[in-house]
Ligand binder design. Sequence first.
Ligand code: CAP
Ligand code: MG
Length: 430
Amino acid sequence: MSEKIDWYDEFVDLGYTPAKDELICLYYFEPAKGMSEKEAAGRIASESSAGTWTTLHKLPERVERIKARAFHIDGKYVKVAYPLDLWEPGNAPQLLSGIAGNIFGMKALQNLKLIDASLPKKYIKSYKGAHHGITGIRDLLKVKIRPVTGAVPKPKIGFSAAEHAKIAYETWMGGFDLVKDDENLTSPSFNRFEDRVARMAKLRDRAEKETGQQKDALLNITGETKLMIQRAKLLHESGFRFAMIDVVTCGTAAVQTLRDECSDLGLAIHAHRAMHAAFDRNPKHGISMYFLAKLMRLIGVDEIHVGTAIGKLVGTKKEVVDIADMLRSPSVEPGTMLEQDWGTIKPVLPVSSGGLHPGLVPNVMQILGNDCTLLVSGGIHGHPKGTRAGAMAAMQAIEATMDGIDLKQYAVNHKELKQALEKWKYFKPR
Ligand code: CAP
Ligand code: MG
């Protein structure tokens, strides 16, 4: 009998029960034309673990022990079990190179999406998770119950450092906790990072003095890793307690480095997810935002954008709630997503942002509850009376929602909210 030319079938065992300490992945998959589900599933398990396209002359014995197994196929979903020995402890890039690497390019698959991964305790203990987490952030800002609030100066780029800091002051004076850089603002010639930090620190101190509240900023340190470390140190020296990182464009390796640097400096990490929609928007292909958020909680960001469900950017209500619940809970029961026991990894804050204004605050709080960071940017700077009034209107909308009072009624005695509702009503931007 002629020798087999491939051994993908050895990576499928539909009767297999994974060991407790195996890492389990859930994929949505569509076999290519002429490819059976089992053939496609074998290719996913093989190419993401220890296999290759053809049988080999020599095979180390341990391959049998460390190979992945596709063990459950249910319609267009397949579960794959990965022995722990495949994974270098604490190496997030290597995990992605395995479970989210070559397999997306296999001709045997028309579509493939990594939906979730159930990370065993032995694996997650090689990560530190967030330094601050939800309680830490609330302590930093002395915001006990309500959502944390923030805004980005808009337009997202174009102000000088001086102009940027002035808008920040107005935002803080309107009652907001945080002023966030936009995702593509780092250090352009007209708004150098160092200049912005110095000016923002001065006006932060003034706003804190005048309001008696804690004020802070999510200044974007995004850049080459050594530069990010320098920028994090400057934030710390300037009295800031947060740093913002565009985690997708910087990559997991950089986020892991900055997690430790920021922790040493006591800085909480705000994770912007710009570029996520390049791979999570298509329901049939790519990597889910749920998994990206899970990985970032594991590495140790303190808060991460999860969407609004009602704002200008994609993301359904179920997706937003599933992600937020996964970020805030000590464990996840098996359901549409896999089970997850977070052990000692701290819960972190979901951030809701994108097309929000005071009229939409009740909707977002109904979806996410109070344990979130609400970023309302265009929705305050576009207020008819300007930024400070816009921030006041958003704070009034939060107060009304927490007191269970209809916005319209609350607006009778709160003119800033009334003016916001006159402009935007309950408009849902696209
Ligand atoms: C929002 C925002 C955020 C998006 C990111 C923007 O501004 O600053 O980057 O919310 O999306 O640039 O669009 P607006 P997500 O509040 O003015 O819309 O939070 O979904 O990652
Ligand atoms: Mg932005």
